[in-house]
Design a binder for this molecule. Structure first.
Ligand SMILES: C[S@@+](CC[C@H](N)C(=O)[O-])C[C@H]1O[C@@H](n2cnc3c(N)ncnc32)[C@H](O)[C@@H]1O
Length: 213
């Protein structure tokens, strides 16, 4: 279950103009710029990745938050934007060659369930390309992340700074092929392959709302 976050959406959109300062625009291009075939982006937010996809890719992006959706619509271009939940993806099994998760597995209430769904909608051998912030390795930084978590998650639309996202991949059938840790080990960009079908059942709720083409 997700909630509306108008204030966080406004702040996230405003902060977006500082992304080049931290190299985040470059990371976004590296994440999606070379992808081809059928691509699903989960939790596309305000759509900051959408302009970076190659013209050869056929992109579907899902996002549950209506204020984020409105901003993403303006950036959608050729991408199909769909209101939906990564924990219950409204797509048939094996529909995509690639799934993209960017700064989203920290926020999804059940990342396990979402990863299971990602694995389900990927064709066998399909790839998850991810760019995420993760739980740090050093004791000091993790203590700081744990201390910040209660307030941070309230202010930042449910984002958990201390989530050990990478630990969840293998148990949901995703094998990490390659990854690069950013400074302080707080960010990671990488690729994981879907190696086994998910243990989650097919979704029961198929109601989707295609809002643009
Ligand atoms: C920090 S924003 C990141 C947005 C975007 N991916 C980006 O790279 O800027 C996190 C996003 O995850 C979305 N989200 C939260 N729960 C979700 C869920 N269950 N399924 C899909 N997206 C979800 C939020 O609505 C929000 O847009």
């Amino acid at each position: 279950m997700w909630h509306e976050h108008p204030a966080f959406t406004w702040a996230y959109e405003a902060m977006g103009r500082w992304e080049p300062l931290f190299g985040l625009d470059r990371e976004r291009r590296a994440l999606v710029g070379r992808l081809g075939g059928r691509v699903l982006e989960v939790g596309a937010g305000n759509g900051r990745n959408l302009a970076h996809y190659a013209p050869t890719s056929k992109v579907v992006a899902i996002e549950p938050e209506p204020h984020m959706m409105r901003l993403a619509q303006a950036r959608a271009g050729r991408a199909l934007l769909v209101r939906g939940d990564a924990e219950e993806l409204p797509f048939a099994s094996g529909s995509f060659d690639t799934v993209v998760a960017c700064l989203v597995l920290c926020t999804i209430p059940s990342p396990d369930r979402a990863l299971g769904e990602i694995c389900r909608v990927l064709r066998p051998g399909g790839m998850l390309h991810f760019l995420e912030h993760i739980r740090a390795r050093g004791a000091l930084l993790t203590a700081l992340q744990d201390a910040l978590d209660p307030v941070w998650s309230r202010l930042c639309g449910g984002c958990h700074p201390n989530r050990a996202t990478l630990d969840l991949f293998e148990r949901q059938g995703l094998h990490i092929e390659s990854m690069r840790l950013g400074r302080l080990g707080l960010f990671v960009r990488g690729v994981a392959q879907a190696v086994k079908p998910t243990r989650y059942a097919e979704p029961s709720r198929w109601a989707t709302e295609a809002v643009s083409r």
